[in-house]
Design a protein around this ligand. Structure first.
Ligand SMILES: Nc1ncnc2c1ncn2[C@@H]1O[C@H](COP(=O)(O)OP(=O)(O)O)[C@@H](O)[C@H]1O
Ligand SMILES: [Mg+2]
Length: 274
């Protein structure tokens, strides 16, 4: 590649070695979902065809050409409207959603790369999920026995810990997921809107625990609609809009630009949240 202004050669991004300082490198990432569904335009047609609808494919470009690095020990806040691609980005980094184009490099033991609630089986009890999650993260049975009590105590969901997770409220599920995630000494912690679910006391406790992890140089990605939390916790922030990276930088500046943009848009469009 060639810089027109200076005439200098620019190394292509894919050839670059990622340094020790970088925990996550996302390069020119596209994620496109493809869903097939039955197209049934009207009830009458559906009845006439006796349920044999036409197969249609719906594609959603959830992320488009997104590139950024995350330094080790930093906290990256992610903001953007509903459907902007925030959760998709996190799932891609967690390895749950494959990139359609581009690449993602994650430095650190991927077994400790945790995402809230991912991997929980709702037909099992909370206790069973904690144990499976811990084993999946590479803890030994003895380590798990120690941690189990801490996890259960922190989640503070009482007897529900021994009930199937399908009976949990979303708040309970989130509390347990958060508790598991933060008690397994993650190198990289992925938190998707965790703080919006708990009550005030849990939020306080959760924030404190995240701060501890950050102080111990864990790297963290944080999605939240609570922009105050983003500003308080993040060292850097990115803003996604319809799958595109709009801005990256100082959390306060990014949040300001984002809220300004939303306010301007709000008058003409239907933005139901921030
Ligand atoms: N599993 C999926 N299959 C098809 N489309 C999806 C799927 N998950 C998310 N999407 C779509 O991708 C876009 C981004 O979604 P998401 O990453 O959940 O956004 P956000 O977390 O910012 O609200 C949305 O248009 C959403 O409808
Ligand atoms: Mg989301």
């Amino acid at each position: 590649m060639f810089d027109e202004e200076t005439g200098a050669t620019i190394p292509h991004i894919a050839e670059r070695e990622i340094s020790d300082e970088i925990a996550i490198s996302v390069q020119e990432l596209d994620v496109t979902y493809r869903t097939t569904f039955e197209k049934r335009p009207t009830l009458k047609q559906a009845v006439v065809r006796l349920g044999r609808g036409k197969r249609s494919v719906k594609t959603v470009e959830a992320l488009k050409n997104v590139s950024f690095d995350v330094s080790r020990g930093s906290v990256l806040g992610i903001v953007g409207h509903n459907g902007a691609g925030k959760s998709t980005l996190m799932r891609a980094i967690a390895g749950i959603v494959p990139p359609t184009q581009g690449r993602i490099e994650v430095v650190g033991r991927t077994s400790t790369l945790l995402s809230l609630g991912v991997g929980f089986n709702r037909s099992l009890t909370g206790r069973e999920n904690v144990i499976l999650g811990g084993l999946a993260a590479g803890l030994t049975k003895d380590e798990l026995e120690d941690r189990y009590d801490q996890i259960a105590e922190f989640a503070d969901i009482g007897d529900f810990i021994d009930a199937p997770m399908s009976t949990y409220s979303s708040g309970m599920g989130a509390r347990l997921a958060f508790s598991v995630a933060v008690h397994l000494d993650p190198d990289i912690l992925l938190i998707d809107e965790a703080l919006s679910t708990g009550d005030a006391v849990f939020k306080e406790k959760a924030t404190q625990r995240m701060q501890e992890l950050v102080n111990n140089s864990s790297t963290m990605l944080l999605i939240s609609h609570a922009l105050r939390t983003i500003i308080n916790m993040s060292t850097e922030c990115i803003w996604l809009d319809h799958g595109k990276l709009m801005m990256r930088g100082n959390p306060e500046e990014v949040v300001d630009a984002y809220t300004e943009y939303v306010h301007v848009k709000k008058t003409s469009a239907t933005m139901n949240d921030m």
